[in-house]
Design a protein around this ligand. Structure first.
Ligand SMILES: [Zn+2]
Length: 198
């Protein structure tokens, strides 16, 4: 069995070195990314969205050209274990998720995915075996179109200006002050704390 260009064993090694541990979410995530890639027309340039901040972003980064750093992967904190790969010009693509209706007969996967059991009460070997045996059978795959505003989104290019509040450079298109100082991202207070200490 392969995940992308890797044997399952090689993929697990890769996951361990990149992610720190062979988390179940990275194994499921590997199948999810491959299922999504298989639905895309060959040769297109695609972007990615994950709907969770855990595990899935790393599966996408390991198995596709999309990374957080190159801007082709957007990580949304929606709390759903799902990802989307889509044509970066048309927004047409595919969304892959773990389908709770397909977990019957896979008790270890169900207990892990739905958090029905504490981690210490789960059997990691059985869980891994069940995930591998299931492969893409526990997944839902749906065609989607990503909203144009979202595709065009990205970080704005254009002129840079200095924020009158914090003094740092930011895209002028964001408004009279940088987004951090504007209060739209109220929990980003790191720069304020650092400044107070200086
Ligand atoms: Zn600022």
């Amino acid at each position: 069995m392969n995940i992308g260009p890797y044997s399952l064993e090689d993929y697990m090694h890769l996951v361990k070195s990149f992610h720190g541990s062979v988390a179940p979410g990275l194994i499921v995530g590997g199948f999810m990314v491959e299922a999504a890639k298989g639905e895309l027309p060959p040769g297109i340039l695609y972007d990615a969205i994950t709907e969770t901040v855990v595990c899935l972003p790393d599966a996408v980064q390991l198995l596709t050209p999309c990374t957080v750093g190159n801007g082709w992967l957007r990580v949304l904190d929606l709390g759903r274990f799902a990802l989307c790969l889509y044509d970066k010009t048309t927004g047409r693509g595919v969304r892959v998720f773990v389908d709770p209706g397909k977990l019957d007969g896979r008790p270890a996967v169900r207990d892990w995915f739905l958090r029905l059991k504490a981690k210490r009460d789960q059997d990691p070997v059985r869980l891994r075996d069940e995930i591998i045996a299931a492969g893409t059978d526990i997944l839902g795959v749906r065609p989607v179109v990503v909203a144009r505003s979202f595709i065009a989104g990205g970080r704005k290019k254009g002129p840079i200006t200095l924020c009158p509040a914090c003094g740092e450079a930011y895209p002028a298109a964001d408004g009279p002050r940088c987004l951090a100082c504007d209060g739209n991202y109220g929990d980003i207070i790191i720069c304020d704390l650092v400044r107070k200490r200086e």
